[in-house]
Design a protein around this ligand. Sequence first.
Ligand code: AHG
Length: 338
Amino acid sequence: MKSISLIQFLIEERRAGRVNAELSLLIEVVARACKRIAVATNKGALGGVLGEAGTGNIQGEAQKKLDVISNEILLEANAWGGQLAACASEEMEDPQPIPDMYPKGNHLLLFDPLDGSSNIDVNISVGTIFSVLRCPDGISEPKAEHFLQPGTTQLAAGYVVYGPATVLVLTFGHGTHEFTLDREVGSFVLSRRDIRIPEETGEFAINVSNQRHWEPPMQRYIGELLAGTDGPRGKDFNMRWVASMVADVHRIITRGGTFFYPLDAKIKSKGGKLRLMYEANPMAFIVEQAGGAATTGRQRILEVQPTGLHQRVPVFLGSKKEIEVATHYHLVADGAQG
Ligand code: AHG
């Protein structure tokens, strides 16, 4: 079979009228930056990239060296191309404007430069997650408020997993597609077109160490899965938890399954663990475009009206039927459904 590079795929999407030239360039630039992050990640201890950076981010989390390096790579790559009006990142409190010496474009880029960074030092998969929005008309210097658009307005979303292979997964709202990095050639090559997540599954991902802090409907749902053939679901379920959302989501879009980071008593005041704008929204877009579902347990993630750049939400995503069951239990507990 003739291989199709990311560049060729983007040209074809442009010809089909699904992507404009500026958005296509933006994705090319992000993909190129992610190749550099892949190289840095791959060098490990030999590249001096492991360990703490000695700084903290806006979330109050200690930054790893690779968090800082990945953020810088993405900012630098995206500054000069003329496709962006501004960037926002997990690692920075405020959006980063495009320097005055460069032309500005019509897009806003949000990213988590290195998701799952607790896994870097132990050589387990990490990744980059990104989301692209349109810059509101007439805004030449976008502020945080201009990024606060619901996930339904995303023009594109993607993630890159730095695992045994480096893999880019991308959607423009016309299906979800996977590209694998050919290291010898140096380009991403289409490896799966129009990925479909099976509607049913026997596999779930959740950090069970938080169980005692979960809300009652979450306790009920996971309790039923754990009861297996002896419980009301009448079948055994298997569990996985990588603690890198990118790796867990990649497993789900490859063989089905579900991922939950629910609300719990420890994180209730924050609204959840994962960030809406650059984790939950892009992953929800990717998963929905592959036939899966993504909710906060109460509402479709993509319909949440954002109130803050670094806002957190509960995340339930993956195989549709299971996400519907878990969401139904929460709505029933709230009295919103019978
Ligand atoms: P970060 O981006 O700060 O590395 O966060 C990782 C996220 C997500 O990737 C993962 O699913 C989750 O946090 C893991 O959380 P726990 O450590 O609480 O299991």
